[in-house]
Design a protein around this ligand. Structure first.
Ligand code: F6P
Length: 319
């Protein structure tokens, strides 16, 4: 191969810039040309493709977001749209693609792979919901962001003898909630992988309150229940004042932590090596501290990200 393209797609995640930087620097190092595709598959379809040089990726390792831009582009599910994208790759003489993003991005890469484009996927999402890797890029930074918010909420809720409900992103994956909950010492942890029993929660809060434990944090993943309404029901049933905070997109921003920068640098460089070795249709991961790559179609169709019961149980034990 002579020229590779790189894009970021779907929800941004801290560490995406570090990954792009690694792809560009490794490729240049190996004598390849590199192009950046703006706003993910949308920009690929619209032919917004620019040459990237060393100076384009200086001063970005520490920046959150993605300097290439990103987008959610459901139209990429259409084969005709992908044909236009592939024509654009051909026009720019791009032989292979590195795509950085979450499950939607991987679906796009899978479809491109099936149409003969050499693709390597890097897991970039704060959700940690990608099969074939223990960690996704942005996950650890997001834990720290949630933790910072939780610590602040703890200050105020303990002063006021209140319960604080903290709604955390993650879509259908509770990892961000669980890790933040352990690090932040939350009293209750509610995740999509476990059926939410509101009655049980209310009874437990009532019991705590009878034992004079009338403040604490409830960490809950988004899309499980209306947290503002839940706060009202808790107050009504238990008499403990309760407030709900939806952390929202704050969790997606910010300078990537060291772990994410290092992982992004390793994965970006590894992706280029994989493509140079002639492999396409792969997705990169880190498993048991080793960089690995899997067949991207197999990863999407047959592999699942395992829910860690032990670590979830810890959230219940350490209260
Ligand atoms: O996938 C990352 C994520 O932040 C999820 O946690 C969240 O459900 C979703 O993206 C929000 O998407 P959007 O930025 O499109 O509102």
């Amino acid at each position: 191969i002579k020229k590779i393209g790189v894009l970021t797609s779907g929800g941004d995640a801290p560490g995406m810039n570090a990954a792009i930087r690694a792809v560009v620097l490794m490729a240049l190092n190996k004598g390849l040309e590199v192009c950046g595709i703006q706003d993910g598959y949308l920009g690929l379809h619209q032919n917004r493709i620019i040459a990237l040089h060393k100076e384009d990726v200086s001063d970005i390792i520490n920046r959150g977001g993605t300097f290439l831009g990103t987008a959610r582009f459901p139209d990429f599910k259409q084969e005709s749209v992908r044909h236009v994208a592939i024509d654009n790759l051909k026009t720019h003489k791009i032989d292979a693609l590195v795509v950085i993003g979450g499950d939607g991005t991987y679906m796009g890469a899978k479809a491109l792979t099936q149409m003969g484009v050499a693709c390597v996927g890097l897991p970039g999402t704060i959700d940690n919901d990608i099969a074939g890797t223990d960690y996704t890029l942005g996950f650890h930074t997001a834990i720290n962001t949630v933790l910072d918010a939780m610590d602040r909420l703890r200050d105020t809720c303990s002063s006021h003898h209140r319960i604080s409900i903290v709604e955390i992103m993650g879509r259908y994956c509770g990892d961000l909630t669980i890790q933040s909950s352990i690090a932040g010492g939350a009293q209750f942890t509610i995740v999509p992988e476990k059926t939410f029993n509101e009655e049980e929660l209310l009874n437990a809060i009532q019991l705590n309150s009878a034992n004079k434990r009338n403040h604490g944090i409830i960490a809950i993943t988004e899309n499980i229940t209306d947290v503002k309404a839940l706060a009202k029901r808790i107050e009504l049933k238990t008499g403990v004042e309760t407030r709900a905070t939806i952390l929202g997109h704050i969790q997606r921003g910010g300078s990537p932590c060291a772990f994410d920068r290092i992982l992004a640098s390793k994965m970006g460089a590894f992706a280029v090596e994989i493509l140079i070795d002639g492999a396409g249709g792969r997705c990169v991961g880190i498993q048991s501290n080793q960089l690995v790559h899997h067949d991207i179609i197999d990863a999407i169709e047959n592999m699942t990200q395992k829910f860690d019961e032990n670590v979830f149980n810890l959230t219940k034990t350490l209260v």
